[in-house]
Structure formats: C-alpha cells, structure tokens
Design a protein around this ligand. Sequence first.
Ligand code: PLP
Length: 364
Amino acid sequence: MGEKELDFIHEAFASNYIAPVGPQIEAFEQEFAETVGAKYAVAVSSGTAALHLLLRYAGVGSGDLVFCSTFTFVGSANPILYQGGRPIFIDSDYSSWNMDPALLVSALDRHAAQKCLPKAVILVHLYGQPADIDPIQVACNKHGVFLIEDAAEALGAEYKGKSPGTFGLAGFFSFNGNKIITTSGGGMIVSDDETLIKKVKFWATQAKDNASYYQHSEMGYNYRMSNVLAAIGRGQLRVLSDRVQKKREIFERYYEKLSSLPGISFMPEPGFAHSTRWLTCLTVDPIKAGVDRDTVLNELEKNNIEARPTWKPMHMQPLFRRYGGHRTVAERLFANGICLPSGTNMNEEDIKRVVKVIYSCWGT
Ligand SMILES: *Cc1c(COP(=O)(O)O)cnc(C)c1O
C-alpha cells in the first residue's frame, strides 16, 4: 500500500458508505477513466465479473463462439462458459507472447466464409505487455465482431502511446491482490460507449428497474465494488507510475545479469509496446542451456525463492479439453517459461540472491 489509501478509507468511514455504493466508487471510476484515457469506467467486484458482463453485452449465449487468447490465466476464459459459449483459442506469436494477429485475421476470415463468426474476441495483454492491437481491431471491425480487451495484467502499459483496454468496444482491468495495483479484489470496465456502460452497471447492481419499489425485468448480478475498496483503489492509482518504473527497473537488473546465459530469452518488448514488466518472464531453451525450466524452478524453490511457470495455455487445460488441439507457440512458452519474483518491494540484494541461484543451475 502507498500513503493515501488510509486517508481515503477514513473518508469512506466518515461518510458511512460501507456498501457497494458511494462517493469513493464514483471518484475511483472517474480517476481511473482519466488515467487510462477512456470516457467511462464502471467499478466491479473482479476482473472476471467485468468480463462476464461484457460477454453478456456482446450477446454471447448458448453455443455461441468466442475467440480468446490461449496463453492466459483462466479468468480470461471462464466467463465464456458462464454464458454457455464455446471458446476457440488462438495461439501467440513470439514477438509479443500475445495473440498472433495473422492467426486471428485468418480465423475470422475462415469463419466469415462459413457464416459462423464469433460473437466476441477476447484479446489478452499478458504480463504487462500489450498485444499488437491495431490489426486485430481492424479485423474485428471488418467482420462486426465485438472486441473485448483483457487488460487485467496491463494497467500502466502503452500501445502506441495509449493504454491497452481502450481500443476495443470495451476493456477491463483487475485489482486482485497479485496485480500491479490492488484493492484486495476488484475490477474495472472501461469504454467510450455510454449505452454499454449504463447497461453493465445496471446488470452489476441486480438489474433494478427505475421504480420506487424493488422491481426487476432482467436478470442481474451482485457485481459492484465496495465503496471501501474503491477508497483503496484511489490511493493505489497514485502509486501506479512509481510501480511501473520499479517493475521496469527490476526487469533491467535481471536482464543485465542473466541475458548472457546460454538458452535464456526474456519476454521481448516489441516497438509498439511500452510494457510495465508486471512480471519479469523468460524462457529457458533446454538444448542451448543444458538445463531445463523445472530444474531452475526446483533450485529456486530449494532456496526458498518462489518463482512460477508461465500460464498453462487454456487449450491444454483439462477444463477445456474438448476445445483442444495444438497451439505450438503457447505450448513452447509454457514448457520453457518462468516468471521470476518481481515484487516492487524487492531490493538489490533480493535480486542478487535470485540471480546467484540461477547461475548455479548453469554451473557458474
Ligand atoms: C487476474 C486476471 C483476470 C481476472 O481478474 P480477477 O480480478 O482476478 O477476477 C483475468 N485475466 C487475466 C489475464 C488476469 O491476469
């Protein structure tokens, strides 16, 4: 936490709005929209809830197709199932680790020819790095397909100078405990479309009709963010740029020390992207390195250092077995990928300790 969060929480307590409604929520939404450069924002209980609302808005219903990046966290894909949709998982490219625009374009063209276009495309911006949005947006516009950006991991990043999440018809962010800023749990929908924003806000608050009594014509959800958590979010927004800077510095330290080891490749940063380096990620090529990913992870574990494999792609998940097949790039990024400790409270000594253990795996 930064310095301002408790002040805003005190404001929330003083106003006595300890509820999923109140002035902190409105202020957080407005400040957030300004931060990312969107017209409107709606604060919700999680990023997953945000995506669920957006898929419903996109009209995804039973049996409808939804295209989604395969290399991601399950929160990007579960809401497809909530709506009874059928995911088609798109592979990554090596230049961004995110959705390969060429594959998306050809998949959309193929499905258009067969008159079975998806209702939506979920484009994920992974590990703080934007995907190559432009060609994907052009293809979605061409076919009239709803583009939803999953920017849960990419708050603070830039694609050609603008925040990811603001290119599609709507985007969303997450404030789960592991994200670059957090409210313990929470999410935010952003869009320039006022009709969309009003509708998702309506559904998120139990779809209460405009009446003096409780009347409901549509099914709703209890998906709004608490006023107390929005107070935390306002404080966190004020440390976002410091966090991005610190995350990038951590990446730089690792890069300086590790990039010369044979077989190590860091997640690249393409020309269109300014990544936050939310997590410092790299791959270990077992042939060039003479050591594999799991050996490195185990050695770190033995030294009480927590590191993780990169996300296991969705098409490889038992949950999505029947939507499977092969996605070779994502499979390779998973088989060889490591997320290094990247917390913004890490100091020089901490980084040195991680580096030393990794060196030992290369026998140096
Ligand atoms: C965290 C995350 C989500 C889900 O957000 P929650 O707030 O945890 O529900 C969705 N997509 C990605 C890529 C994420 O990292």
